[in-house]
Every structure is written in C-alpha cells, then in structure tokens.
Design a protein around this ligand. Structure first.
Ligand code: ADP
Length: 209
C-alpha cells in the first residue's frame, strides 16, 4: 500500500503552526503532530520515561510519573549537552511513531505532519512530499509566543536561537503561509492551499495506480 501524500508543516516558535494545523484539521485533513507525540511519550507511563529517568535521574520526573517539563526545560536551557542527550532519546522515538501513524492512515487525500524542527533535523525530509513553512517576522513570533506561554522574552529568544534562521527555513520551503495578517486572512490562504494539495494528492495517487 502506498502511503498518503504528506505535507510537512514547520515554522519557528510562535509563527502559527498549531493555529494552521487546527485550520487544516477543520477542513478534514488528518494531522500528525510531533509535539503531541513528544508529550505522549513523556507523560506518565510514556514509552520514553524509562530512558529519561535512567539518563537524568528522578529529579526530572514528577510524582505522577510524567517528565517534569518545567524542570527539564530549565535544565536543557542551561546545559546544551543535556539538551542533546534528551534529543538523542526522544527524536528517534518521535519519528518512528510519526511514521507509524502516517502509514496507518487509510483513505484518499493528503495528511499534514507538523514538525517544528523539520529543517533542523533533516531526517523528516524523506517522509514528506512538500515542505510548508508558516512565516512571520521574528518580532511577531516573539510577541505571540510570549503572550501564549506567559514566558519572558529571554526564554523565547533562547528557543529561537536553537532554531534555524527565518531565511534558512524559507529556503527549504515549497510553500509559504504568510501569517502576518489576521486569522481570517490565514484561513483564506489555507483554503487555497487545501485545494492545491487535494489536487496534488489526487495526481500522486493516479500516478501510482
Ligand atoms: P506555534 O505553534 O508555531 O508555536 P501558535 O499557532 O501556537 O504558534 O501561535 C502562537 C500564538 O499566536 C497563539 O496564541 C495563536 O493563537 C496566536 N496567533 C497565531 N496566528 C495568529 C494570527 N494570524 N493573528 C493573531 N494571533 C495569532
């Protein structure tokens, strides 16, 4: 069985990935979100917990058995080696699960795979047919992410510093969603892309048949 036509959705922190994914979902498009998978893997009983406990000890595990996200975030913000160690545990598990979910989708049409670090990691390129970048100015990303998370500017800037530059991300894009306008403008642009992707998915299916 051939896998679904797949759009890789990415963008910097606060650019609007979750908002965009929700709008596609309302159009009936299946969404596989690597952030959601990461949360599932690190919740109580999650598959990544034993390896995380072994690597970092009990101090990053809450009494519920879930990973303490606040502690872990503070830990990896101050220690880049710790961040690499966490990523070495999580990234392969997240990608394997994303692949499983994509292959489990039945029916026609296309799917969206949300990968915040799609450009940084590179390993997802082979899983997606096109890269869709959600884009806005960095000042806007910063303001939106701070407002959403109640985090201070320095913390969001630190996350932005890990991520590729806006320019490098845009250089990898097949399609760009400009998210500098209001939500109605975003919805309209998504409607247009949806029609284009449906057509492309149909053509891809015909080519395989
Ligand atoms: P990401 O998933 O890329 O980090 P989000 O989709 O969570 O970004 O968007 C960041 C914040 O900005 C959210 O609170 C969201 O509701 C808000 N937001 C996103 N796009 C717009 C927009 N076009 N207009 C106003 N607010 C927006």
């Amino acid at each position: 069985m051939s896998r679904r036509f797949c759009i890789g959705l990415t963008g910097g922190i606060g650019s609007g990935k979750s908002t965009v994914a929700e709008m596609f979902a309302l159009l009936g498009v299946p969404i596989i979100d690597t952030d959601v998978i990461a949360r599932e893997l690190t919740q109580a009983g999650g598959a990544a917990l034993p390896a995380i406990r072994k690597e970092f000890g009990d101090t990053v595990i809450e009494s519920s058995g879930a990973m303490d996200r606040v502690r872990m975030r503070a830990h990896i913000l101050s220690d880049t080696m710790a961040r690499s160690r966490l990523e070495a545990i999580l990234h392969p598990m997240i990608q394997a699960e994303a692949k499983r979910r994509l292959e489990a989708l039945s029916g026609a049409g296309y799917a969206i795979l949300v990968v915040p670090l799609l450009v940084e990691l590179g390993t997802y390129r082979g899983m997606v047919d096109r890269v869709l970048v959600v884009d806005c100015e960095e000042a806007m990303q910063l303001a939106r992410a701070c407002r959403r998370d109640g985090r201070d500017e320095a913390e969001v800037r630190a996350v932005m510093a890990w991520q590729v530059s806006r320019q490098d991300r845009l250089a990898q894009a097949d399609d760009v969603l400009n998210n500098t306008g209001d939500l109605a403008a975003l919805r309209a642009a998504i409607g247009e892309l949806h029609r284009k992707y449906q057509k492309m998915a149909g053509q891809a299916a015909e080519n395989i048949a």
